[in-house]
Write a protein that binds this ligand. Sequence first.
Ligand SMILES: [Zn+2]
Length: 400
Amino acid sequence: MYSLHFMALSTRGALLSPSRIGDLNRSRVLQAFCDHGPLSRAELAKLAGVTRATIGNITNGLIEAGLIEEHEPREANGVGKPATPLWFAPGAGLSGAAALTQGSFEVGLVDARGEVVEFAEGSFDADAHTDAELRARLGRAFDRILPTDTDRLLGMGIAVPGVCDTERGVIVGSGQIPALQGASLVESLSRRFGLRVLVDNDARAQALGEKWFGRGRGEPTFASIQTGHGLGVGLVLDGVVYRGDRGQTGELGHTTVTLDGPRCRCGLAGCWETVASLGWLRQEARRRRLRDPSSLDAARLVAVASSGRVATGLLDDYADHLAVGMANLVQLLNPRLIILHGDVVGGGEILRARIEHHVQERVLPNLRDGLRVELSDLDQRAGLLGAAALVLSETFKLVS
Ligand SMILES: [Zn+2]
């Protein structure tokens, strides 16, 4: 059973040993840091549901271990002593992180504050290279950035474009990088560096990254959507990233939105991805006779939309087509927040507002209030931060 579930069950048990209770209180404190960012001891006690005395013991232990430290006191608001916030120490809680896309990868050394301390990148031929070659390239990139003494690391996290059984450390399959299939990547990195290695689907890892470091912080239920060449979704439901049976969840891009729609690369027809990806956008730009259709993306579409009706129309259609899948998700699970990654981030506020407008328009009236669509502010680091968040969540056994 996945450890998050184990923790959730164990918190309900009545017969916990004192050391186990210590673990749980510590987890609650770390959970509060994850949900809210830097906090004073008084705020921690309130949020973690423990006494001030208990907080003192836990925070002292975490400070002695070098994981957290006191930061500059906040401005006093006229009454009493200014509160001293506690937060992860720079360089503490390090993870090795890797994010793979079709043909390229990034590796990083990431701390618990979400700072990428070391960074390297590489490329490969997704069709020609074997799994052994891919493993070797990733291993060499990690060699360049990881400290020689890997005992300092909590573990390694890998985010890949594919279906992942995180519990077993197996990549079930990847259409974009077929050579990834199987358990060999996790096993070889674990052997080479003597660390625990966790692997997950990139959209789910991004959702975890948002929960730890981004706009998902403190949000119990939200969706994180990858846009661009494909569409993927990571769901955090009641504080836990949802993985479904053997990791096979989040294929929102392949839900049917047009009954007689075009054939999708997955083999089905009329998938959301066929009408809301860059492939569709470029095809439409060609059909509508816009300039340089084959390199069009959200950023350029917004730039040219101010000067012509055709581009404005295409921008609104792209926004609406993206909104269709999001609206379906809202009808089903009612996340109050949808965080967007990938191509649409380049479209900025203009595109975000159009998408939010169309999502609102396409959901039932009672679901509209407070429903937000936001652009991720994790930028290019979203993949690596997601991979690091995999390790942090597992290490600290966060439950809600
Ligand atoms: Zn499909």
